[in-house]
Design a protein around this ligand. Structure first.
Ligand SMILES: C[S@@+](CC[C@H](N)C(=O)[O-])C[C@H]1O[C@@H](n2cnc3c(N)ncnc32)[C@H](O)[C@@H]1O
Length: 201
């Protein structure tokens, strides 16, 4: 990348189209990716642990799900194919990430149920049955806390958030901080140095 971060709103890094292949729950995905977005060359190992260890939504799940910080859309596409009756909101500050997620949602046949938006593009009255995120740790601790304080309160009363964070990037301190903010936090799984946290009210 040039001076871009993966969370740069309009990356200057050349697009360099590529494909990322992975399998989740017995289903194969081949998604479009590109320079200028997070983990453009492969499914991020943290995202892989999240999708392997967290409880994917049941096929009958309805309502709105959120992929917070969608990148090129791997979590969005898995949620949309696992829960074909649900609407998935795919939110990212990075415009290129949003374009890729929209294309990938169409590729998995879910264009009509995936709403790709910048953070300010989600109507205020939408609440989420589930929030999924491999959150942008690199934006800094204070910004990350602000991000979670903005979105977690939009969980439906009986909703759950699934987060993955590397232990060496502060997974355990994030767990403690969320608990201090009065969220119920369970370390649902731990694998390859990643913590999968389940957060409820
Ligand atoms: C760790 S990456 C995960 C990307 C993707 N979900 C994946 O698993 O490959 C975090 C994403 O959060 C996005 N992001 C950064 N700040 C954000 C914000 N304030 N609101 C929404 N998304 C943000 C970044 O652009 C990046 O795509």
């Amino acid at each position: 990348m040039t001076g871009d971060h993966y969370f740069t709103p309009e990356p200057a890094t050349p697009a360099q189209p590529r494909e990322v292949e992975f399998s989740v729950a017995g289903r194969d995905y081949t998604l479009a990716s590109s320079g200028g977005v997070f983990s453009a060359a492969r499914l991020d190992p943290g995202t892989a642990v999240l999708l392997r260890k967290a409880e994917l939504p049941a096929p009958g799940t309805t309502g709105d799900l959120l992929d917070l910080g969608c990148g090129f859309g791997p979590i969005t596409c898995v949620l949309a194919t696992s829960a074909p009756l649900a609407t998935v909101w795919a939110v990212d500050v990075n415009e290129r990430a949003r374009e890729l997620t929209a294309a990938n949602a169409a590729q998995v046949g879910a264009a009509d149920r995936v709403r790709v938006a910048p953070p300010e593009g989600v109507p205020a009255d939408v609440t989420f049955a589930e929030i999924w995120s491999n959150p942008p740790i690199r934006i800094g601790k204070d910004e990350l806390h602000q991000l979670l304080l903005r979105w977690l309160p939009r969980l439906a009363p009986d909703g759950a958030a699934w987060l993955v964070v590397a232990r060496h990037l502060g997974g355990d301190s994030l767990h403690r901080w969320l608990t201090e903010q009065s969220w119920q936090v369970q370390r649902h799984a731990s694998q390859k140095g990643y913590r999968v946290l389940r957060v409820t009210r």
